[in-house]
Design a protein around this ligand. Structure first.
Ligand code: BEZ
Ligand code: FE
Length: 287
């Protein structure tokens, strides 16, 4: 292979990839080369622009550490995460739609009893979240596990905020015999995703903001069913239509109902006024 030109270079690289030992890896790399070369032909970068691109990716790698993953953020703000998610979770009617996992999930949340609280000494508007986990035909699923996490009303997850107790606003909950779950927390608020790195530069260049609409994250698992990673969003949040990570779906936008009733509050042992939100999860058989 010599004297390669703009015209025959791509073919030459693809030819070399024919010997890739793992067929799937060969397919992935071939497609990557075709698209990468197509991209370069499309934009015809100057050498200075190419170097800027390399420096950008280097900076993304350098800002990563145990609690910061800039490549996930980049994938999120470019819509790649939610596209891969859509391809992997083509759901039938009645199944809960998925959304991005995001970078703030931590395994190891404590188990919370039904109607227990995931918030520890966290100022905010009291909220009860409740509903059912069921099949798409409405059959209750007992023993489904809900792994829940959210930011505090100050917009920070506990692992971003040294003032919050360890694992605050995270919890694991099991459904009862009727597939029901319920827990207490505080009403989430919209919050900014980190914009002090390369992903933030992209957002800024797009002229976009970095506020995610208020939401609560869930991973729901049940034996024999596809796990669901999703979020529920607060209806009427002003950022719903411009989520920087493209994660909002109508079916996940829910009415957080405000109650002002001392009697009801006393019955539920919650400060007045308070909010409730009802959300049912629809699970699809695994396989
Ligand atoms: C989140 O909702 O936690 C999140 C998702 C994507 C990027 C940043 C944050
Ligand atoms: Fe979040």
């Amino acid at each position: 292979m010599r004297n390669l030109t703009e015209k025959n270079l791509t073919q030459a690289v693809l030819k070399r990839l024919e010997k890739t030992s793992d067929p799937r890896l060969g397919q992935v790399l071939s497609s990557l080369v075709e698209h990468l070369h197509g991209f370069i032909r499309d934009i015809e970068p100057t050498e200075a622009e190419w170097e800027t691109g390399i420096r950008f990716l280097t900076a993304a790698g350098q800002i990563c550490d145990d609690s910061r993953q800039e490549f996930i953020l980049l994938s999120d703000v470019l819509g790649a995460t939610i596209l891969a998610d859509a391809i992997n979770h083509r759901k039938p009617q009645g199944a809960t739609e998925s959304s991005v996992l995001g970078p703030f999930y931590r395994d190891g949340a404590r188990q919370v009893a039904t109607a227990g609280s995931i918030a520890e000494n966290t100022p905010g508007e009291p909220l009860i979240v409740r509903g059912r986990v069921a099949t798409t035909q409405g059959q209750p699923i007992e023993g489904a596990l809900l792994d829940i996490w959210q930011s505090a009303p100050n917009g920070l997850y506990e692992n971003q905020d040294s003032h919050q107790p360890e694992m605050n606003l995270r919890g694991k909950l099991l459904t009862d015999g009727d597939g029901r779950y319920a827990f207490r927390t505080v009403k989430p608020e919209s919050y900014p995703i980190p914009n002090d790195g390369p992903a933030g530069k992209i957002l800024e260049a797009m002229g976009g903001h970095n506020r995610r609409p208020a939401h609560i994250h869930f991973i729901v698992t049940a034996e024999g069913y596809e796990p669901v990673t999703t979020q529920i969003f607060v209806e009427n949040d002003p950022w719903l239509d411009s989520d920087p990570v493209f994660g909002v779906k109508d079916s996940l936008v829910v009415d957080f109902v405000r109650h002002h009733s001392p009697e009801e509050a006393a019955q539920l042992q919650i400060p007045n006024p308070f909010y409730t939100v009802d959300y049912d999860f629809g699970m699809v058989p695994a396989g």
